[in-house]
Design a protein around this ligand. Structure first.
Ligand code: ZN
Length: 388
């Protein structure tokens, strides 16, 4: 599969196009291959835990491998616990935690920066003060450094991963080139060992990414890095303007989703390319099987944490001028396994003054959908007029 899907700027994002694009061959083939891999339960899927930043595309980072499940939150932060069913699923063989930075800033100023969540965390200097709002509270729990953050999440996931390997990589979001920075594996004595360059624990700027030596990596980790390098190098040759387009995060859509199947696989022409969707993953709780069908439930605290993160792109979108982050962000998509549930969330969102401001100032619109096993069964443009 080649991930070089041209970005269809003119294809509008509506309930109708979401339904149509999801029905097209490319999406259907992706979904079939993905579901088959999941059902074989042989660890063929790689769970990628990454930042919601639209410039990070899990499939591209994984060198075009489509057998990827993804969990995205701001700075890859948030509770890992609600995703443990996914981490432990037999179809998932390994976890890759992605941190990111701006390669140009590193080259020119020697600083590892560029993840909006981590950068915002660095701005919080007075830690004794209670956070001003929910978003600030969420950000205050992020590590003040992208590499430390990645190592922290690798450690957190390792506690839930059984004997599965957990890897940490640092990705330059301008090129999507990845460097290995942490490896957590279980040895023959059934003990888990985590390796990462100890310099990451130090304070102060490192001036470069301290990658793990190739000789210390497992074969599969080395393969992940090699596939990433191959695809990244080929793309930069074929598309020299790529890094320039990755400078500013400016997706057309913000997505709140319960689906672990990357959005680019489900709607290739709309979201197959980087910088097209800022996705926040909403965890679902699997209830014990009632009757014959497995039931799922969204916990109130998980919903609250996910909605809090939506404020980040929406706030930026309200005040953005042309050329700034989130200037073109005008659509919010809510995906759950029930249209009614998605509508309830939309209803809750439009009661929020910030969302109202975005709708009024920027012509923001909301689409609610019902997605089951990656298939978009229902989609509706949510009528926001006259609701507030
Ligand atoms: Zn980020």
């Amino acid at each position: 599969m080649t991930p070089e899907v041209p970005r269809q700027k003119d294809l509008p994002i509506t309930a109708k196009t979401l339904l149509e694009v999801n029905q097209e061959d490319e999406a259907q083939i992706n979904l079939r291959l993905w579901q088959e891999a999941k059902e074989r339960k042989q660890g063929e899927l790689t769970l990628v835990i990454l930042c919601s930043d639209a410039r990070l595309n899990s499939i591209w980072i994984m060198g075009g491998n489509i057998l990827v499940a993804s969990v995205s939150n701001i700075a890859a932060n948030g509770e890992t616990e609600p995703f443990k069913y996914l981490i432990r699923h037999k179809g998932v063989g390994r976890v890759v935690v992605v941190g990111h930075y701006d390669g140009k800033k590193l080259e020119e100023n020697g600083v590892i920066a560029g993840c909006g969540g981590v950068d915002a965390r660095q701005q919080i200097t007075n830690e004794d003060q209670p956070p001003a709002d929910e978003l600030t509270a969420f950000i205050s729990r992020i590590q003040p450094d992208s590499l430390k953050q990645t190592v922290a999440i690798v450690k957190q996931v390792s506690r839930l991963a059984g004997d599965k390997p957990v890897y940490g990589i640092a990705v330059d979001h301008l090129t999507l080139m990845a460097a290995p920075i942490a490896q957590s594996i279980v040895n023959e004595r059934k003990e888990r060992a985590i390796i990462y360059p100890q310099i990451i624990d130090n304070e102060g700027e490192l001036g470069q990414i301290p990658a793990l030596e190739e000789g210390s990596l497992t074969t599969e980790f080395l393969e992940i890095i090699e596939k990433n390098t191959q695809l990244t190098t080929a793309r930069l040759m074929a598309d020299p303007g790529f890094a320039e387009r990755q400078k500013v995060q400016n997706p057309r859509a913000v997505v709140l989703s319960t689906s672990p199947i990357p959005i680019g696989l489900r709607y290739p022409p709309l979201f197959g390319c980087p910088n097209t969707a800022f996705v926040v993953r909403l965890p679902i709780e699997k209830l014990t099987e009632i009757a014959s069908s497995p039931r799922v439930k969204i916990r109130a605290k998980d919903l609250k944490q996910a909605i809090t993160q939506l404020y980040y792109p929406i706030k930026h979108a309200i005040y953005a001028n042309e050329g700034q982050s989130f200037f073109d962000t005008k659509t919010l998509i809510i995906e759950t396994s029930s249209l009614e549930e998605s509508k309830r969330i939309a209803q809750q969102l439009i009661a929020d003054p910030l969302i109202q401001e975005w709708i009024k100032q920027r012509g923001g619109k909301i689409i609610v959908t019902e997605v089951k096993s990656g298939k978009t069964e229902k989609a509706e443009d949510f009528d926001v007029s006259g609701r507030f």
